[in-house]
Ligand binder design. Structure first.
Ligand code: TYM
Length: 334
């Protein structure tokens, strides 16, 4: 608990262009939870270098992501919005936790297998131990809740296992976190292949709506979305393309699939696609305008970055020092 509130931690990678999936699956839920919890939202730039990055591009993307968090409505006075690399406790705790994580556990991580297949020329140790750093992110702040999309659930389960293992050995050191997965946006699928999740790293740009896409591009991508030949707007697994469009519509307009189906009664796929495009534009256009406004205010953003890194460091160090004592590192002489 911090200030009598439970703690929330989440983060996003500054890799590739963020998609509507990132927004609906994660960021949107962050906004609804932000009043109830003491929140830490990190730009996880250390995770990004598990895949080769152009340094200047990474720096730009990290800043753009931090700006996006604020533009989306997270007040940096109330929410701790910071770069992971500005808090050395993440790396230090990650090392300790890696000594409490088994190779067999990491070997089972499906994201590692997928990424290793995609980057066969660079299967580095960081890619393998990535989930341990993620566990460190969460446990460092004693988070109670972690809002994520479904694709991160396996990492969260591992985080819980590591926390429980550590607690069993050393007493109640870590809060064991719970995942928070939203009802409709938890898994947004590719518009071109609705059996695959919408992803930053998709080679086909028509499969993803990027947060930077302009209205015309959004309309075009929605029009091209793969559907089926059933000519019936229903919310069921046998129609994955339509189901995905309904999920997007529901997440953007805060409605339920049942209500959306009623609204669409008697309409064709073309009309559904137009409605989806409009709902997406109504979310992304104001977001893009706010990003453009904030980007101009360098002094403000720099201030946020500095203050929030200090706040994150303070809480991170509290946990880290406790863990270091527990495992037997010598006390520091002041
Ligand atoms: P990342 O950067 O891949 O994605 C950020 C968030 O977006 C969600 N997401 C989706 N949700 C619904 N539909 C989709 N198509 C979709 N694509 C992505 C993800 O589930 C995630 O919530 N390892 C994490 C970042 C991370 C983290 C953490 C998250 C590092 N440390 C600690 C939570 C807590 C990642 O790569 O997310």
């Amino acid at each position: 608990m911090i200030n009598d509130k439970k703690v929330l931690f989440s983060g996003m990678q500054a890799t590739g262009s963020l998609t509507l999936g990132n927004y609906l699956g994660a960021l949107k839920n962050w906004l609804t939870l932000s009043d109830e919890y003491e929140c830490f939202y990190s730009v996880v730039d250390m995770h990004s270098i598990t895949v080769r990055q152009d340094p200047s591009v990474l720096r730009k993307r990290a800043r753009a992501l931090l700006t996006l968090y604020i533009a989306a409505g997270l007040d940096p006075k109330k929410n701790c919005i910071y770069y992971q690399s500005h808090v050395s406790g993440h790396a230090e705790l990650s090392w300790i936790l890696s000594c409490f994580t088994y190779m067999g556990e990491l070997n089972r991580m499906t994201q590692f297998k997928d990424k290793a297949a995609k980057h066969a020329d660079n299967i580095n140790a960081g890619l393998f131990t990535y989930p341990v750093l993620m566990a460190a992110d969460i446990l460092l702040y004693q988070a109670d809740v972690v809002p994520v999309g479904i694709d991160q659930m396996q990492h969260l389960e591992l985080t819980r296992d590591i926390a429980i293992r550590f607690n069993n050995l050393y007493g109640d050191v870590f809060t064991v976190p719970e995942a928070y997965v939203g009802k409709v946006g938890a898994k947004i699928m590719s518009l071109q292949d609705p059996d695959k999740k919408m992803s930053k790293s998709d080679e086909n740009p028509n499969g993803s709506i990027y947060l930077t896409d302009d209205p015309d591009t959004i309309v075009r991508k929605c029009r091209r979305a793969v559907t089926d030949s059933q000519a019936c707007i229903a919310y069921r697994d046998e129609q994955p393309g339509i189901k995905n469009l309904i999920n997007i519509y529901c997440a953007c307009t805060d409605t339920t699939p049942e209500k959306a189906i009623k609204e669409m009664e008697g309409r064709g796929y073309g009309e559904l696609k137009t409605a989806v495009a409009e709902s997406v534009i109504s979310i992304l256009k104001p977001l893009q305008d706010e990003i453009a406004r904030l980007e101009k205010d360098k002094t403000y953003l720099d201030g946020v970055i500095k203050e929030n890194a200090q706040k994150a460091n303070y809480y991170a160090m509290k946990t880290l020092r406790k863990v270091q004592r527990k495992v037997g590192f010598p006390d520091r002489i002041r």
